[in-house]
Ligand binder design. Structure first.
Ligand code: T3D
Length: 264
C-alpha cells in the first residue's frame, strides 16, 4: 500500500484501489490530489498486474470537485484561467479514465459534487451508497459543468434532465441516479465497498484485453455511424480472437470447467 497525503493506493488480486483522501474537504481536488490520482491511473495503464481500477473516497464524501479554497478571489487580484486548469488537471484525468483499456469501477461513498460527480460518471461501472447524492454544483458559483459533465449528462439523460440538473444544481440521490441510468446501482451504505470489490475482483479475473476492447467499442458507439462501427467491431473482434484468453475461454467451455484468464 502506498499512502500519501491525498490518494491512498493499493494493489490486490489485480485490483488497483485508489482512495481519494482529503476527507476534511470532502476529497475536493487540490493540485496534489490531481497529480496523485493521475499517477494512479497511469500506473493502471502501464502495469499488466493491474487488471481493474476501483475508485472511491475516504470519509463521508466521495469528492466535492475543485477545492474552492484554492480559488479564493479575496486572495488574488488576478482572475484565474480556469481553461488552463482544465487543460492541465481535469481533462487529462478524464481522458486517462476513458482511454484506459481496463475497467474502472467507482464506489461513490457519499456526496459527489461538481467535477467529483462527473469523474464518477466517466467511470465504467458506478455503484453508489444509498445515502450518496450527485450535485452539478457549478451553477451555484457561476461555472459550467466540466470534467465531461455537459457531455455525459446530455448523452445519458437527454437535454431536459441535463439542463435542469446543470441549471438548478439540485441534488440527485443515488436511487434516482440508478433509475435514470446515471449509475449502475445504488446499494446499502454498509454494503457499498464489498459490492464494489466483488465487481472489481470479478473483472480482474476476466479477459482483460476483450474487456478493454468492449469498453472502447461502447464508448465509440455514440459518435460514429453503424457502418464505421461494424468495421471497428470487426477489428476489435480480430484482436480479441488473437488473445490467449479467447483460446482459454473456448477450451474451458468445451472441457466444461471455469475459464482461467490471464489478461493476455
Ligand atoms: O477551478 C477550476 O479549476 C475549474 C474546475 C472546477 C471544477 C469544480 O468542481 S467547480 C465546483 C466546486 N465544488 C463545489 O462548488 C461544491 C462545494 N461544496 C458544497 O457545495 C458542499 O460542501 C457539498 C454539497 C459538497 C456538501 O455539503 P455538506 O453540507 O455535506 O458539507 P459541508 O459542511 O459543506 O462541507 C464539509 C467541509 O468540506 C467544509 O469544511 P469545514 O467547514 O468543515 O472546515 C467545507 O468547507 C469543505 N468543502 C466541501 N466542498 C469543498 C470544501 N472545501 C473546499 N472546496 C470544496 N469544493
Amino acid at each position: 500500500m502506498t499512502e500519501n497525503q491525498s490518494v491512498i493506493s493499493s494493489l490486490e488480486n489485480g485490483v488497483l484501489k485508489l482512495t481519494l483522501n482529503r476527507p476534511d474537504k470532502l476529497n475536493a481536488f487540490n493540485e496534489e490530489m490531481h497529480l496523485a490520482l493521475r499517477t494512479g491511473i497511469e500506473r493502471a495503464h502501464n502495469e499488466a498486474d493491474v487488471r481493474t481500477v476501483l475508485l472511491t473516497g475516504a470519509g463521508r464524501g466521495f469528492c466535492a470537485g475543485q477545492d474552492l479554497g484554492d480559488r479564493d478571489p479575496r486572495k488574488s487580484d488576478e482572475k484565474p484561467d480556469l481553461g488552463h486548469t482544465l487543460d492541465t488537471f481535469y481533462n487529462p484525468t478524464l481522458r486517462l479514465i476513458r482511454e484506459l483499456e481496463k475497467p474502472v469501477v467507482c464506489a461513490v461513498n457519499g456526496v459527489a459534487a461538481g467535477a467529483g460527480a462527473n469523474i464518477a460518471f466517466a467511470c465504467d461501472i458506478v455503484l453508489a451508497a444509498r445515502s450518496a447524492k450527485f450535485i452539478q454544483a457549478f451553477s451555484k458559483i457561476g461555472l459550467i459543468p466540466d470534467a465531461g459533465g455537459s457531455w455525459s449528462l446530455t448523452r445519458i439523460l437527454g437535454e431536459p434532465r441535463a439542463k435542469a440538473l446543470a441549471l438548478l444544481a439540485e441534488p440527485v440521490m443515488a436511487e434516482q441516479a440508478e433509475s435514470w441510468g446515471l449509475i449502475w446501482k445504488a446499494v446499502d451504505d454498509d454494503a457499498l465497498l464489498d459490492a464494489a470489490l466483488a465487481i472489481a475482483d470479478k473483472l480482474a479475473l476476466g479477459p482483460t484485453v476483450g474487456l478493454g476492447l468492449t469498453k472502447r467499442l461502447i464508448q465509440a458507439a455514440g459518435t460514429q455511424d453503424l457502418d464505421t462501427h461494424l468495421d471497428m467491431e470487426r477489428d476489435c473482434q480480430r484482436a480479441a480472437g488473437f488473445t490467449d484468453d479467447y483460446a482459454e475461454g473456448v477450451t474451458a467451455f468445451l472441457e466444461k470447467r471455469p475459464a482461467v484468464f490471464k489478461g493476455k
